[in-house]
Each structure stands twice: as structure tokens, then as C-alpha cells.
Design a protein around this ligand. Structure first.
Ligand SMILES: Cc1cc2nc3c(=O)[nH]c(=O)nc-3n(C[C@H](O)[C@H](O)[C@H](O)COP(=O)(O)OP(=O)(O)OC[C@H]3O[C@@H](n4cnc5c(N)ncnc54)[C@H](O)[C@@H]3O)c2cc1C
Ligand code: FES
Ligand code: FES
Length: 477
């Protein structure tokens, strides 16, 4: 068991210890760590909550098949131990040893993509992430890659032009030239589990599921994290000292997916960006929902299990998982059990999970060709916004165009994601016509008594929920 965290910075292995003289805690964010170093202060703090992208860095890591994968992430939400076994790339690392600007930096200069410059390091790092992953990206891809970065003064046009110009030039750079050396360096880093503590915090980072299950059994009060995109805010916004964290981000078993003729099983530790290509073809409504999940930097750390674990009434995944009839796999040291997604959340931020269990997988039944599934997210902005309300709907009609089966799962309408049961019952067996839908819209009021909050009034939510039903009809009629 190790107590220090090894990762690569500036081409060298760095070992971080958490003894008091180092002034670091296991929950020190990568942003604060970098800002404490003399030569990595290009990274900026704008919001400390994942909303502005000023703190964007790129993480290089080895994939299961031994290749390098680069991901843009918000360093303000990343705890330092989460760098274990990875390469941390900052804005200072982009130019090559001859001091030539990296192609993305040069393109920003050429296209006048910076004015005050506060956002620029973050924008350049997101662009670098795009450059490493996509040659000649479409305008939509470029937009998605940059949606997590706010610029208040330049305007996005020159920035988007710079991204397009840089990515069109090919994606070879000094990182590609040094890639095999980096792969060897990453392989040489110990993959052992980590357990480290300071006077008031303990941080366990198991590397196998068995160890993780043993830890949750032994320490049921510890806070489990995977991407930490939800939990980190307790530290960065509420300045909480979380006494004990069990970090699942290095448990490989949780990152696997398996497909057979009946189902697709997605490991709970799959990042949203890794889950997306797996569901694109067979579960398009889930893919659509995940496309608007946070922004690239969030999708690159947030996991499916973490999204379900929050039990948030406005979590994006659950309504559409309910529509697909998914099951959630919960595992403890004693074994696994499967719970229908419908029954997983019990109340506000309460789930079926016992403290000695982990969410280990999401199982989607093989998509039926006879049913229509759609997902909807209503939010104030299209990109990087939490839903005001959301819907995951499924419809199956019989040969006479009557409703054989219907699921209407709504987020944001109650203290938990909930199905519109009386509306479903009303529609069951009825013809799928506009007149029937107009009548069914009235049942929504019996199903939900939404609250007013900063995202929307109760009246808005009720109206929007009814309109979503009509939109679903229009799209499926
Ligand atoms: C800027 C920003 C934008 C966001 N946008 C969206 C959005 O558009 N849609 C949305 O739904 N959410 C959004 N979120 C919320 C968050 O990113 C998601 O809920 C995410 O899926 C959480 O995953 P994680 O792995 O980071 O979870 P973590 O923060 O690691 O954990 C979240 C919760 O799940 C539990 N948990 C995690 N993994 C497991 C496991 N395997 N077993 C048991 N419990 C577990 C933890 O104990 C914790 O209670 C956003 C967050 C931020 C900061
Ligand atoms: S500081 Fe704003 S996203 Fe990190
Ligand atoms: S250049 Fe000033 S915020 Fe973007």
C-alpha cells in the first residue's frame, strides 16, 4: 500500500506526499496545487465549480490497450490523488523545447483569439484536447469542445476559427513525438492502491473492486467518489473537510462494458465521454441526453455511477434510463443485486444503495425496435447547464395505434425523478391522437406538485411538463 501519489509533470515523475510540512491535503485540488508551484500559474481560477473552464488542464493517460488518451478537465474539481498514474499537462507544457508555440497557441495568435487573456490558458487547453482527439472537427464538435470555457471579451468567432485552423493542420506535435517515451514512463509508475492520511483526513484509493468493497464494508460512513464532479463542490464551495474519502477512480472493473444479445452493461465508473460512443447507435435518446451533460471537461470526469449516486432530482441520466427499462447493479462483499432504475431512488438524495454497497453497473435491456424512446432537457442554456426539468419517455403502440406501453419519467418535477403514473394510466390503451394527449396533459397536475426555485417557477414547470408530452406526441405520431 502506497502513501504518496506518483504522476508525471514536465516530463518527470513527481511523488506527492501529504505530510503536514508539504501543506497539501488529499482534497487539495489540482488547481491549487499548480498555483502553489512557481512555474505553473498560467492556470486560472474563475469559479471553482466547473462552470468557466479557466482552470482547464489536460490529463494524458494510458488506455486499456496501451495507447495515450488526452482529456481536458477542470483542475478546480480534481483532487490531487486523482492524478495517480497520469500525465498532467498544463499551458506551460505546450510549447516545444525550441520554444516554438504549439499549433493551437499559434492559431490563437494568428486569429486574434485573446484580449484580456484571463480565459486564454483554459481555452487553449480545451483546444489542445480537441487537437489531440479530432482531426478536422466539425463546427458542432468544436462547439462542444469549447462549451465549457467562458470568454467575456474576445467573442467566440476568432476562437472557433483558431480551433478549426489548428486542428486542420494535423495532430502531430512534440507530445506525439515523445509518446512512446511517455507510455514507458507511465507504465513505470506503480499501480498499487493508495491509503494516505493527514491529521484530519483519510483518503483511500483502491485499485481493485474487491479492495473497494472491503473498504466500504469497513468504513460505511466514508464518502465514496469516482469523478468527484459533484463531491468536489463540498470542498471548493463549502470548504468542508471531508474526514474520509474512498476514491473509485482507479478501479478498472468499474470502467468495463459488456454487450450480449439481451443487454448492454455499462460499468458505473465509465466516464460520460466514454459511455457516449457505446450507446450512440442502440440507445440514441441516452446519447442525446449525455451530449448535453455538463461540458467536455465535466463529461471527461463525471461517471454514470456518480450521476445515479447523487440521487439528484435533476440528474440527467435517470429519466432516460427509466424510459429504457434499465437496471442498476449494486454490489457488496456478499454479492450483487439488480434494482430496476424505476425503484432506485427512494426520496430526496436517498437511494436503495446500502452503505456497504457500491453501484457497479447500469444494465440496459436490448433496445426494442417497436418502441420509441426520447429524452428532453429543459434548461436556461443549452450547454453546461443543469436541467430545470427533464423527461425520458417511451412509447409502444399496438397495431391499431393504441398505447400498449408508455413510460413518462420526469426529472425536476418532484423531490426525486418520478414517473407520471396517473398520466400513464390514463393513456394506456387509448389511441395516440392529439385529442387524447390534450386530455392527458391535465393528468400531469395530479401527478406532480413542482416547487418554484431559481431555475423555474412551479407554474413554468407544470406547463413545460405538459408541453414535453405534446412534443413527444408530435415526434412520434
Ligand atoms: C459544472 C458542472 C456541470 C454539471 N452538469 C451536469 C449535467 O448537465 N447533468 C447532470 O446530471 N449532472 C451534472 N453535474 C453533476 C455531476 O457532474 C454529475 O452528477 C456526475 O455524473 C457525478 O459523477 P461523478 O463520478 O463525478 O460523481 P462523484 O462526485 O464522484 O459522486 C457523486 C455521488 O455519487 C456517489 N458515488 C459515485 N460513484 C459511486 C459508486 N460507484 N457507487 C456508489 N456511490 C457512488 C458519491 O458517493 C456521491 O454521493 C454537473 C456538475 C458540475 C460541477
Ligand atoms: S475555475 Fe471555473 S471551471 Fe474551474
Ligand atoms: S480574453 Fe478576456 S475573458 Fe476571454
Amino acid at each position: 500500500m502506497k502513501t504518496s501519489i506518483p504522476f508525471i509533470l514536465d516530463g518527470n515523475i513527481v511523488n506527492v506526499d501529504f505530510h503536514p510540512s508539504a501543506g497539501l491535503r488529499p482534497t487539495t485540488t489540482v488547481l491549487n496545487y499548480l498555483r502553489s508551484l512557481p512555474i505553473h500559474r498560467g492556470v486560472k481560477e474563475g469559479c471553482a465549480e466547473g462552470d468557466c473552464g479557466a482552470c482547464t488542464v489536460v490529463i494524458g493517460e494510458l488506455t486499456a490497450d496501451g495507447r495515450m488518451k488526452y482529456r481536458a478537465v477542470d483542475s478546480c474539481l480534481l483532487f490531487l490523488p486523482m492524478l495517480h498514474g497520469k500525465q498532467l499537462i498544463t499551458i506551460e507544457n505546450l510549447k516545444d523545447t525550441e520554444q516554438h508555440l504549439h499549433p493551437v497557441q499559434q492559431a490563437m495568435v494568428d486569429h486574434h483569439g485573446s484580449q484580456c487573456g484571463f480565459c486564454t490558458p483554459g481555452i487553449v487547453m480545451s483546444m489542445f484536447g480537441l487537437y489531440k482527439n479530432s482531426h478536422q472537427p466539425s463546427k458542432e464538435e468544436t462547439g462542444l469542445a469549447l462549451a465549457g470555457n467562458l470568454c467575456r471579451c474576445t467573442g467566440y468567432r476568432p476562437i472557433i476559427d483558431a480551433a478549426a485552423a489548428a486542428c486542420a493542420s494535423g495532430n502531430r506535435d512534440h507530445f506525439s513525438a515523445d509518446e512512446s517515451k511517455m507510455i514507458e514512463l507511465l507504465k513505470s509508475i506503480s499501480q498499487e492502491s493508495v491509503s494516505t492520511s493527514t491529521s484530519d483526513q483519510r483518503y483511500d484509493q483502491p485499485s481493485t473492486l474487491k479492495e473497494a468493497l472491503k473498504l466500504v464494508q469497513q468504513f460505511p460512513a466514508a464518502v465514496v467518489i469516482n469523478g468527484a464532479s459533484d463531491v468536489a463542490l463540498r470542498v471548493t464551495k463549502r470548504f468542508e473537510v471531508i474526514p474520509h474519502i474512498i476514491d473509485l477512480s482507479r478501479v478498472e472493473e468499474l470502467k468495463r462494458s459488456t454487450r450480449n444479445q439481451h443487454s448492454l452493461s455499462l460499468g458505473a465508473g465509465l466516464k460520460i465521454s466514454d459511455a457516449m460512443p457505446l450507446v450512440r447507435d442502440d440507445y440514441p435518446a441516452l446519447h442525446e441526453m449525455l451530449t448535453w451533460f455538463g461540458a467536455e471537461q465535466i463529461r471527461n470526469v463525471a461517471t454514470l455511477g456518480g450521476n445515479l449516486g447523487t440521487a439528484s432530482p435533476i440528474g440527467d441520466a435517470l429519466p432516460v434510463l427509466m424510459a429504457y427499462g434499465a437496471e442498476i447493479e449494486l454490489t457488496s462483499a456478499a454479492g450483487s443485486r439488480k434494482i430496476p432504475a424505476n425503484n432506485f431512488v427512494l426520496g430526496y438524495r436517498r437511494t436503495e444503495r446500502r452503505p456497504d454497497e457500491l453501484i457497479t453497473a447500469v444494465i440496459l435491456p436490448k433496445a426494442s425496435t417497436s418502441s420509441n424512446v426520447r429524452s428532453y432537457k429543459i434548461s436556461k442554456r443549452r450547454d453546461l447547464d443543469i436541467a430545470t426539468l427533464s423527461g425520458g419517455f417511451r412509447l409502444e403502440l399496438d397495431s391499431k395505434n393504441n398505447v400498449r406501453e408508455i413510460v413518462l419519467a420526469y426529472g425536476g418535477m418532484a423531490e426525486r425523478t418520478k414517473r407520471a403514473e396517473s398520466t400513464e394510466a390514463f393513456l394506456h390503451g387509448k389511441p395516440w391522437t392529439r385529442k387524447v394527449i390534450e386530455e392527458a396533459q391535465r393528468c400531469i397536475d395530479a401527478d406532480f406538485k413542482p416547487i418554484s426555485d431559481v431555475r423555474g417557477s412551479a407554474q413554468f414547470r407544470s406547463l413545460a411538463a405538459k408541453n414535453l408530452l405534446m412534443k413527444f406526441w408530435l415526434e412520434t405520431v
